[in-house]
Design a binder for this molecule. Structure first.
Ligand code: ADP
Ligand code: ASP
Ligand code: MG
Length: 438
């Protein structure tokens, strides 16, 4: 059971989480940092990078002060209030130690700082469970969440170590651990990228062969469009793993992009639930899908489209391989691709090596780019035998310039590439056509 930042964002919320998790089953509970904390830690690190220890110190002190009222409200006994206050002051004393470093501030220190949010929230929460008499044990994620040489989760290690720790605590009813944080191949403190607690939950759930992985957040499940940009969106009761993975990858913030994969590989259903409304049905993600419907729309920002036009492409086998090799050599993944006999267009979201990529591509033809684009991803039962589905999607965006269309890559998706300024219009037009005109 994973609870995000808002779900543990106050003493009151933590108490609600305690009620949800104590349901009579043995549960592994994965927590994020309290909402806002990771952003603050990012800013603190930013001040330290910029060699402004005073700026960092101010933020550290301010963040520390926000925690004492939480401690006061969370615990009822003097003993636990004192314990909580000591815990907070020692964490923040540690953070302050970074402001008088004589060495330069590096990514290693930054990652240690970013890890403190989850360490604080889980310690506070575990102590609360103990105060109210639950048999809860805190399992330090830094002892079992590990990535390998390629920065990918070391699933064997996670499985062995996590199960060992659970077996060592036979009488515990609740296990509490941190999402997001891990150690890398070299044993250094690292993380699974922003929003990565969902990924932790899925990895840990798969490692312990959980009966279900629950992602508890601040909304009643995966909605059929992005509620931040479209009004009147509604929760989807059931999604296939593939559909959920596409939505997460293409911008549905409710799930971290990679979080579905471990659950899918282990065939463990994922349920999205709302901490603020625990009785709402939410979304069940499994290997079952609803036939004959378009389920949802999502949008992924910050996309660059690259077009390579080449006379030589005509009947030239091996052309695409050469193009792909360039992206591979700069470890840049491609999201969308469309081809014609004289050219190929593709999109990337990582522009770190854009200049080098463009230079290399120019060997093969004329290269042009479109920046600030958005992928709009439409997900559902989009098998080609469902005649007319793609026509509905395209007719919804008939007044919007569409740079690329990709259909048929999987049975679950149609992607459209539009300009950033047309994103909200496209999302709304699709909602009107696909979900409201029924
Ligand atoms: P947490 O802190 O619990 O991980 P997030 O903020 O990461 O929560 O994710 C939940 C948010 O995702 C929602 O509040 C909502 O604004 C946003 N969101 C974006 N797209 C969707 C969608 N399709 N369905 C539900 N929520 C979405
Ligand atoms: N606390 C981390 C973040 O804000 C991880 C997470 O919440 O999933 O990105
Ligand atoms: Mg999240």
């Amino acid at each position: 059971m994973k609870f995000g930042g808002t779900s543990v964002g106050s003493a009151k919320r933590m108490k609600e989480v305690a009620q949800i998790i104590c349901d009579g089953d043995k549960n592994l509970v994965v927590l994020s940092a309290m909402s806002g904390t990771t952003n603050q830690l990012v800013e603190i690190a930013d001040y330290l990078y910029k060699k402004n220890p005073t700026g960092a110190m101010e933020l550290i002190n301010k963040l520390e002060m926000s925690y004492y009222p939480v401690v006061d409200e969370l615990y009822s006994t003097k003993e636990y209030k004192e314990k909580g206050n000591d815990l907070i002051s020692s964490f923040f004393e540690f953070l302050r130690s970074f402001t008088n470093l004589s060495d330069t501030f590096t990514i290693f220190e930054e990652k240690i700082i970013l890890a403190q949010g989850e360490l604080i929230s889980t310690n506070l929460f575990n102590n609360y469970l103990n105060e109210i008499g639950k048999r809860a044990v805190l399992l330090p994620a830094l002892e079992f969440a590990k990535t390998d040489k390629n920065g990918e989760p070391d699933t064997m290690f996670i499985q062995e170590e996590l199960n060992k720790k659970i077996a060592e605590n036979k009488s515990a009813e609740i296990f509490v651990t941190q999402g997001y944080i891990c150690r890398n191949f070299y044993g250094e403190i690292d993380n699974l990228q922003r929003g990565g607690s969902d990924y932790s939950a899925s990895l840990f759930g798969a490692a312990i062969k959980a009966s279900e992985i629950q992602i508890w957040t601040d909304i009643d499940g995966m909605h059929n469009n992005d509620p931040r940009f479209v009004e009147g969106t509604t929760p989807i009761p059931m999604l296939h793993f593939e559909e959920a993975a596409e939505l997460a990858y293409f911008g549905a913030k409710i799930l971290h992009p990679t979080c579905i994969l471990p659950a899918k590989l282990a065939n463990i259903p994922v349920r999205l639930l709302n901490t603020m409304q625990p009785d709402a049905k939410g979304t069940l993600i499994s290997n079952k899908s609803k036939q004959g419907v378009i389920e949802a729309v999502a949008a992924k920002d910050g996309i660059t489209a690259i077009k390579i036009k080449s006379g030589r492409m005509l009947l030239a086998y091996g052309f695409l391989r050469k193009v792909f090799e360039i992206f591979e050599s700069y470890q840049t993944s491609i999201d969308m691709i469309t081809t014609s006999e004289v050219g190929v267009s593709l999109t990337i979201d990582n522009t770190k090596h854009l200049t080098e990529i463009l230079n290399d591509l120019k060997k093969f033809g004329t290269v042009t780019i479109d920046e600030d684009m958005v992928i709009i991803c439409v997900v559902g039962d989009l098998d080609y035998s469902n005649v007319g589905f793609q026509a509905q999607v395209l007719s919804a965006v008939k007044d919007i310039p569409v740079r690329m269309v990709s259909y048929g890559g999987s049975n679950y998706n149609i992607s459209l590439l539009v300009k950033k300024e047309d994103k909200v219009k496209a999302l709304n037009a699709l909602s009107d056509k696909l979900f409201k005109q029924k």
